[in-house]
Ligand binder design. Structure first.
Ligand code: GTQ
Length: 351
C-alpha cells in the first residue's frame, strides 16, 4: 500500500521548516535546472559602429587612458545589464587609445583578445614584446602576462576586447596585479614571436611559453585574409559559413586561447547562407563589406543589416543565418574551446 500523497500544504510546510537549514526541494526546480534544450537569458544584440563611435570619442574627452586604466565601453547583453557580460561566459568591449596615451601595465588571470577595429599605429606590449596594431589584426594577451597599451601615431585607435571575465568570475579564479612601471621594458624585437611561430615552423626545442595559449602574439589580418581570399576562389564555399577558418595555436593545432575560440570568415558576393545553431554564443566584428544576419529563437526573430566595424552577438542555441550581397569578412569569437573541453559542444546545421 502506498502512503497517501502529501498535500500541497504539507509540502509547503516541509519547505518552510527546512529553509533555515539551507535545504530546498529539487523537484520544484528540476525542469528549469535540466532544461530539454539550452535556454539562455541572453538575447541577440547589435551595436552599429556609427552609433557607438561618438560615445567612445566622448569618453576620450572626459577621461584619459591612464586615469581609466582601460578606456573601454563594454558591450553588455541587454538582458545581462550590470554584469559586464555579452554572453553568460564572455565579455566584450571597445577600447579607445588616443595619440600619446599609455594604458598602464598590469596582469590578470583573465585572457584577452584584441581585434583591431579602427586606426593604426597603437601598440600593445606583452612579455617584453610590442606589436603595432593594424585593422583586422587578432592579438592575444595570455593569462597572467604583463600588458600595457600605448600610442605613438596620430589617429585614434579602437579595438574590440574579448575576455573570459564572466567565466573566470564563475570559477572564482581571478587574480590581478598592477605593474610597478607604467610601460614594461621592451626586451624582444617586434615580430619575434611571429618569426618563431607564425610560419609553420617552430623553435627546435620549443616549449610553450604561455602554457595553453598560443605563442603567436599577433595574427596579422593580411595573412588571414589572403587565405580566405584564395580559398574563396579555389575551394567549395560552405553553405552555412561561406569560407571560414579558425585561428590555431601552432604548437598544438588547437585553439589559440584555452577559453576563447576565434574565427575569420568571408562570404562571397550574393551569399545567402543556411541556418545553424550551436551551444557556444558568439560575438561578431564586421571587418569589410555589408551583409545581414537573421537570428531566431522560438517565435522571435532579429534581423540586423551590418557594415564595417559593426558588432553583434548570437547567443547560445539561437538559429542564425548570414547573407551578403556585396561579400564581406567577419571576425568572431566564442567560448567553444570550453564547450569542447567539457564534451558538451553541440551544433545543428539546418538544411
Ligand atoms: O586591456 O587589459 O576591456 O584588463 C577589460 C579588462 C581590457 C585590458 C578590458 C582589461 C583590459
Amino acid at each position: 500500500m502506498n502512503a497517501p500523497l502529501p498535500t500541497r500544504q504539507l509540502r509547503e510546510q516541509l519547505y518552510s521548516d527546512m529553509a533555515p537549514h539551507h535545504l530546498t526541494p529539487l523537484w520544484e526546480v528540476l525542469h528549469a535546472l535540466v532544461p530539454p534544450q539550452p535556454k539562455t537569458p541572453c538575447v541577440p544584440a547589435f551595436w552599429k559602429y556609427e552609433q557607438v563611435r561618438p560615445y567612445l570619442m566622448r569618453a576620450g574627452e572626459v577621461i584619459t587612458a591612464e586615469e581609466a586604466v582601460r578606456r573601454v565601453l563594454i558591450l553588455e547583453n541587454p538582458q545581462l545589464r550590470g554584469q559586464s557580460a555579452v554572453t553568460q561566459s564572455l565579455y566584450a568591449g571597445l577600447q579607445l587609445i588616443l595619440p600619446g596615451e599609455v594604458a598602464p601595465s598590469h596582469r590578470h588571470t583573465q585572457s584577452a583578445l584584441r581585434f583591431i577595429v579602427e586606426g593604426s599605429g597603437a601598440y600593445t606590449a606583452v612579455d617584453g614584446e610590442r606589436t603595432v596594431m593594424h585593422p583586422g589584426d587578432f592579438i592575444i594577451t595570455p593569462s597572467w602576462t604583463w600588458h600595457d597599451h600605448g600610442h605613438e601615431a596620430d589617429q585614434p585607435v579602437v579595438w574590440l576586447d574579448g575576455l573570459d571575465i564572466p567565466m573566470v568570475r564563475f570559477f572564482d579564479a581571478g587574480f590581478a596585479q598592477n605593474d610597478t612601471s607604467r610601460s614594461q621594458q621592451v626586451t624582444r624585437a617586434e615580430g619575434t614571436s611571429f618569426a618563431r611561430y607564425g610560419h609553420n615552423m617552430a623553435p627546435v626545442r620549443a616549449t610553450s611559453p604561455y602554457g595553453r595559449t598560443s605563442p603567436i602574439f599577433s595574427y596579422p589580418y593580411e595573412r588571414s585574409r589572403e587565405a580566405l581570399e584564395q580559398l574563396e576562389r579555389s575551394a567549395p564555399i560552405d553553405e552555412w559559413d561561406g569560407t571560414k577558418l579558425r585561428y590555431v595555436n601552432p604548437l598544438t593545432g588547437g585553439w589559440p586561447m584555452p577559453t576563447i575560440g576565434t574565427f575569420l570568415q568571408k562570404l562571397p558576393a550574393g551569399f545567402g547562407g543556411k541556418g545553424w545553431r550551436q551551444t557556444d554564443g558568439a560575438v561578431y566584428s564586421v571587418v569589410e563589406g555589408e551583409g545581414e544576419v537573421t537570428i531566431s529563437a522560438g517565435e522571435q526573430e532579429w534581423r540586423y543589416a551590418f557594415g564595417p566595424r559593426d558588432h553583434f552577438v548570437v547567443p547560445s542555441w539561437h538559429t542564425a543565418r548570414l547573407a551578403s550581397a556585396t561579400g564581406c569578412v567577419l571576425f568572431s569569437f566564442s567560448d567553444r574551446p570550453v564547450h569542447e573541453a567539457l564534451g558538451i559542444h553541440t551544433e545543428e546545421r539546418l538544411s
